[in-house]
Design a protein around this ligand. Sequence first.
Ligand SMILES: [Zn+2]
Length: 88
Amino acid sequence: MTTPKRPRRFIAGAVCPKCAEMDKTVMYTNDAGEEVRECVSCGFVQTSTEQAEEDRQSQELATRVTPVDGKVLLDDEEKPLKIIGLDD
Ligand SMILES: [Zn+2]
């Protein structure tokens, strides 16, 4: 009971990204006012800032690999294949 101002709450159902333990992650606020997630099992610590950055990067990655909806890249002048040599 050292810092009653910063209660640590367990996040129900949260999975640690490092050790994959469930319900071992606590959340609290650090001196900078950031939300911090800490795994009590392996000691993994991640601030909300780091997490937001990670989310942004993974979103960018998803955007990059996902094809744009509704934009099928087809040539406007797509012609049917011509079979040559069957006229005779
Ligand atoms: Zn962990």
